[in-house]
Design a protein around this ligand. Structure first.
Ligand code: FE2
Length: 376
C-alpha cells in the first residue's frame, strides 16, 4: 500500500466526504472451534440472547453458526464441519477470533465501489441472497490481518439474520451490554500508520486521537495507538502497534499467538456498569484487577463521580476523566485459551476518550498476567 499519503486530518468531515455513510456495526463474526459451546458462553456468561441458527438442520453442510444479540450488539459464532473448510483452516492457525466486522450501509454496491476504487482488496463483489423472506445484500473487502469488512444491506430482508438461518428463541437474562463502543486492531511494528491511512483514504475515516509510547508505557513495554472514527462518529477503530521496550509488549504477545494482525478487544457500552459487571462476575466472567493503591489516589485523580467508590473498588472498575466528563471501564481476561482477544465494558459519562489515565495501571496488570504465562 502507498505509504506516502498526506497526514490524516482531524477536521470534521462533510457529508460528501463521508462517502461510506455507515449506519451501524451490523455484526461481528467469530470463527471458533465449537460454535455450540461458544454460544453457551455468550448466552449464559454475557447475557446475549440466541436469535438465529444455521447448520445441518437448516441445510447448511459447511458450517454451524449461532447469532446472538444484546441490545444493539450482534455476534455470529461459526465453526466448521469438515477439516477442508476455510473456517477450520482459520481456526487451526489463529484459534478462536474475529473474522468479520460487518458494517450496515444504505447501498452495498456503492460502498464496495467506493472502497475498492480507493485501493481496498475485494473479498467478494456485491451479491444478493434471496429466500422467501426477501433479499439480503452483501459485499466484502479485506482489512488488517485476515479480518474482513462485510458491507450489509438488510433493508429488504425480513427473516432471521440472513438466508439459510432459522430463528432461535432462547430466553436470556440480559446483563445490560447495549452497543459496540469501539473495536481495537493489533498490527505489527511499523504498520500502524499504514492502517490509519487505509481507514482514512479507503474508508473515509478521520483520526480522533493519538497515543504514543510516552502515554502507553510501563517499566517493561510500550505500544502506540491511533483512533480512527467514521464520518458520523458511530464507528471507532483504534489501531495498536507494539513499541520498543525492555520486555515483550502485550501487542507482540498477541501477534505471537494469533500469528497475524487481528482484533484485540471489543468494547461494549452499558448504561449501568456497576450492575453489568456485578452480573457478569456472578456468572463467572473474569476481569483484570489493578492493585488497591489505584483506588487510594482515585478520588483526587478524577474528582467527584456519581458511583460509590467502595462499589467501584470492590468490582475492580477503572475511572478516567477528561475535559468532557468521565468514563468507567473494565477489561476481561482473554476469551479463549490463547492470550488474544478480550472484551472491555465501558460506561461513558461525558468523556469520549479511551481511559488514557488508566493505561499505566492497566498495562501493569496485563504484564503480571503475561509474566504468569511465561510471555513477558
Ligand atoms: Fe478500549
Amino acid at each position: 500500500m502507498d505509504q506516502t499519503i498526506p497526514a490524516v486530518t482531524g477536521r470534521p468531515m462533510t457529508e460528501e466526504a463521508d462517502f461510506l455513510q455507515i449506519k451501524s456495526i451490523d455484526h461481528i463474526q467469530f470463527f471458533v472451534g465449537n460454535a455450540r459451546q461458544a454460544m453457551y458462553y455468550w448466552w449464559k456468561g454475557f447475557g446475549f440472547q440466541p436469535v438465529a441458527y444455521s447448520g445441518l438442520e437448516t441445510g447448511n453442510r459447511e458450517s454451524a453458526s449461532y447469532v446472538l444479540e444484546s441490545g444493539k450488539i450482534r455476534f455470529v459464532l461459526t465453526a466448521a464441519y469438515h477439516p477442508t473448510s476455510p473456517v477450520a483452516a482459520h481456526h487451526m492457525i489463529h484459534g478462536d477470533g474475529v473474522k468479520v466486522i460487518a458494517l450496515e450501509v444504505e447501498n452495498v454496491e456503492q460502498a464496495w465501489q467506493a472502497t475498492t476504487s480507493r485501493g481496498a482488496v475485494s473479498a467478494w463483489s456485491p451479491r444478493e441472497q434471496v429466500d422467501d423472506q426477501g433479499v439480503f445484500r452483501t459485499a466484502a473487502i479485506q482489512t488488517y490481518g485476515e479480518v474482513l469488512h462485510v458491507f450489509v444491506d438488510r433493508s429488504a430482508y425480513h427473516g432471521a439474520f440472513a438466508p439459510g438461518f432459522r430463528p432461535l428463541d432462547l430466553p436470556a437474562q440480559p446483563s445490560g451490554l447495549a452497543a459496540i463502543d469501539h473495536i481495537v486492531g493489533n498490527v505489527q511494528l511499523g504498520q500502524m500508520n499504514r492502517w490509519v491511512n487505509f481507514y482514512h483514504r479507503v474508508m473515509g475515516f478521520r483520526q480522533l486521537q493519538h497515543f504514543d509510547d510516552q502515554d502507553i508505557s510501563t517499566e517493561y513495554s510500550a505500544l502506540m495507538s491511533k483512533v480512527m472514527q467514521n464520518g458520523n462518529g458511530r464507528v471507532k477503530f483504534p489501531i495498536n502497534e507494539p513499541a520498543e521496550g525492555k520486555r515483550k509488549s502485550q501487542v507482540e504477545e498477541y501477534l505471537d499467538y494469533y500469528f497475524t494482525p487481528g482484533v484485540q478487544h471489543i468494547a461494549m457500552s452499558t448504561g449501568d456498569i456497576l450492575t453489568t459487571v456485578l452480573e457478569l462476575k456472578s456468572r463467572g466472567i473474569e476481569f483484570l484487577r489493578v492493585p488497591d493503591t489505584y483506588y487510594r489516589i482515585l478520588p483526587e485523580r478524577v474528582g467527584a463521580i456519581k458511583e460509590p467508590l467502595d462499589a467501584i473498588q470492590e468490582l475492580g472498575i477503572l475511572v478516567d476523566r477528561d475535559d468532557e466528563g468521565y468514563l468507567l471501564q473494565i477489561f476481561s481476561r482473554p476469551l479463549q485459551d490463547r492470550p488474544t482477544a478480550f472484551i472491555e465494558v465501558i460506561q461513558r459519562r461525558g468523556s469520549q476518550g479511551f481511559g488514557k489515565g488508566n493505561f499505566k495501571a492497566l498495562f501493569e496488570a496485563l504484564e503480571r498476567e503475561q509474566a504468569r504465562r511465561g510471555n513477558l
